[in-house]
Design a protein around this ligand. Structure first.
Ligand code: SF4
Length: 286
């Protein structure tokens, strides 16, 4: 009989768990809760909270809210968002992850120093991602965001450079980008691997888990940067790794040839209940 095992190290990181628990608590107390954008990059979990009464809004709708509490999710926000809530007279539940808050603070201080020497603050991250928008907001909108090697030409190589990474980025990719910049610049640059330890710490554990099973089913949201990084780690060690966003995505033919076990794992934004649903579906197909 083929065993189906859920990875005990997968699922919400403490930053996401803290934000979700706050949302659940506020909703169960009957509060009107508004969240700007999805609370987590996992459609199924966002939908669960929406059904409990969570309102998903955009900044353009804030002025229409007469009363209630706006929840800032773990990704963090730029200073302009705080001003918007204050000016609208709304209550704020700030659930920005402490790791992101610390990174925002580091970037703010670095930007201040770089300004004095005509330097450039570079963020290695996904343009338009909520966390990156929050980080750019610490630099009066003057940070240079690069997503890949091809974009390093956005940097002026004759001026000082300091780089930080979005908390979910692959540190190896950051290092390759730093080496490429240094090959084009006379002096070395200042750079910081600011990928969250909740992400990097999971990679070796996830690889060990993925190696133990014939087939790996990775559960994650399509918009989740963290899911992409962790799924790539599974693929590195197990070619029979598949990405799903819901239980119905699982295909029976993936298990042809499986001998002893199937592993189910997920991202820092994947709820345990969803991995359990996927595990049940797999069991029904085996
Ligand atoms: S991955 Fe790290 S930075 Fe991001 S929410 Fe989780 S604990 Fe915070």
């Amino acid at each position: 009989m083929i065993k189906v095992e859920i990875d005990t190290h997968s699922g919400f990181c403490f930053g996401v768990r803290k934000a979700i628990e706050a949302a659940d608590r506020m909703l169960s107390n009957g509060n009107d809760v508004y969240c700007v954008g999805d609370i987590v990059h996992n459609d199924a979990e966002a939908e669960r909270l929406r059904k409990l009464g969570m309102n998903i809004i955009s900044y353009n709708n804030i002025e229409e809210i007469k009363e209630g509490t706006v929840l800032f999710r773990a990704h963090g926000e730029p200073p302009a968002s705080y001003r918007l809530i204050t000016n609208a007279g709304l209550k704020l539940q700030d659930e920005t992850c402490p790791v992101v808050l610390k990174l925002q603070d580091r970037i703010k201080k670095a930007y201040k120093q770089l300004k004095e020497i005509n330097g450039q603050l570079v963020i290695f991250g996904k343009r338009g991602h909520a966390e990156v928008i929050g980080l750019e907001g610490q630099c009066e909108g003057n940070a240079i965001v690069i997503e890949n090697e091809a974009e390093i030409d956005l940097i002026d190589f004759n001026r000082p450079v300091e780089i930080f990474s979005q908390t979910t980025k692959d540190p190896k990719h950051l290092k390759r980008i730093v080496e490429l910049i240094e090959s084009r610049k006379e002096e070395s640059i200042t750079w910081h691997n600011t990928t969250c330890k909740q992400v990097t710490g999971r990679v070796p554990k996830l690889k060990a888990f993925a190696k133990q099973h014939d087939v790996i089913i990775f559960v994650g949201g399509k918009k989740s940067s963290n899911a992409k990084v962790l799924f790539a780690a599974c693929c590195d060690v197990n070619t029979k790794s598949y990405f799903v966003s819901e239980a119905s995505d699982v295909m029976e033919e993936w298990f042809v040839g499986a001998k002893s076990s199937v592993g189910v794992c997920g991202a820092t934004s994947t709820p345990l209940w969803q991995m359990e649903e996927v595990a049940q579906r797999i069991s029904s197909l085996l």
